[in-house]
Design a protein. Structure first.
Length: 329
């Protein structure tokens, strides 16, 4: 259900005697609400698995990939789904006062817009910057590591600036919709906002693909440097980046139809896009976690006290018979 239609319907139903007498009468609303609950639970499971893996596999790779960025991203995603659940309950249940409804729903919508976009950006940072930074640290070559770190940082800084602009424009967009319900003209801004949103999505996908190219290049250098198999990490890296790009690519489909009045994409199609795009985002978290515990260099990052483990190694007997150290040869 569109935001404008939802606002209009609920503001004109404010005289109903029952608080939730008309709640969840629409099948589409039920489908989306069930999706919000499912994805909220899945995000909580990802958080639980993250803490378990960090405790179970306490190594450099796990600490890097499942660190602060990963935690902040999945927490923001969880809060966003919680706000979606609360917002749906607010729109479905009559608050008996149209002014109170507008204020509550508007505040929830703005809060969710900020948190959801922040969570999406942090997910991008956790995948692109987190993976490339981890690979560069293991590679250890200053020239290649510095160039890849710089490239990844440019991607993150650029997307951060665009995300800030997106959040501001989205807040203004929702404000214009609320004003339109109260009789104001929408003007050109919604059209401009959709154009910017499409450009943002395209830049997002391009940056993810560039980050994937950097990761694969560094991974191949690691294979030559360490002589380890890169099959498992390569699979999970491709999976993580592809899922992240696919989640945004799917969202371009309804955006292209927003410029047409007839909206050719039917409701089942919109629901399919919603579920597939969100599952792709969740899968990107799962892929990063699997990469953290399946990196082959983790096998040699522990306490290597063997023949060449880096601990104390005698450089020679210095003319002393080690079977009888008090007797010179």
């Amino acid at each position: 259900m569109a935001l404008k239609d939802s606002l209009y319907e609920r503001s004109h139903d404010s005289g109903s005697n029952s608080v939730c007498s008309k709640a969840f009468k629409d099948t589409s609303t039920v489908v989306y609400f069930v999706g919000y609950v499912i994805f909220f639970v899945l995000s909580l499971l990802v958080i639980a698995v993250q803490f378990y893996l960090r405790k179970r596999y306490n190594n450099q790779t796990t600490r890097k990939l499942l660190g602060l960025l990963y935690t902040a991203a999945i927490v923001c995603v969880s809060i966003s789904w919680l706000l979606q659940i609360i917002g749906t309950l607010v729109t479905q249940c009559n608050l008996r006062n149209s002014h109170r409804y507008f204020t509550t729903f508007y505040n929830l919508t703005i809060a969710n817009s900020v948190i959801a976009n922040l969570g999406a950006f942090l997910t991008l940072a956790a995948v692109v910057w987190g993976v490339n930074s981890m690979l560069s640290e293991h590679l250890g070559r200053k020239n290649k590591s510095a160039s890849h770190r710089t490239s990844s940082m440019v991607i993150i800084i650029g997307m951060c600036m665009l995300t800030i602009v997106l959040i501001i424009m989205q807040c203004v967009f929702y404000s214009s919709l609320v004003a339109a319900i109260r009789g104001a003209a929408l003007g050109w801004f919604p059209y401009g906002f959709h154009i910017f949103l499409m450009l943002y999505s395209v830049v997002w996908i391009v940056n993810v693909l560039v980050g994937l190219g950097l990761a694969i290049h560094t991974l191949r250098a690691l294979k030559s440097e360490l002589g380890v198999s890169i099959t498992r990490p390569l699979i999970w890296i491709i999976f993580a980046f592809s899922a992240l790009a696919f989640s945004v690519l799917l969202e371009i489909v309804p955006l292209t139809n927003a410029f047409e009045d007839n909206e050719p994409v039917n409701e089942p199609g919109r629901q399919a896009v919603f579920f597939l795009a969100t599952l792709s985002q969740i899968f990107s978290f799962v892929a990063v976690a699997m990469l953290a515990i399946n990196a082959p260099w983790n096998d040699s990052s522990g306490d290597n006290s063997g023949e060449n483990g880096g601990r104390y190694q005698p450089m020679g007997d210095y003319g002393v018979d080690l079977s009888n150290p008090y007797q010179r040869k």
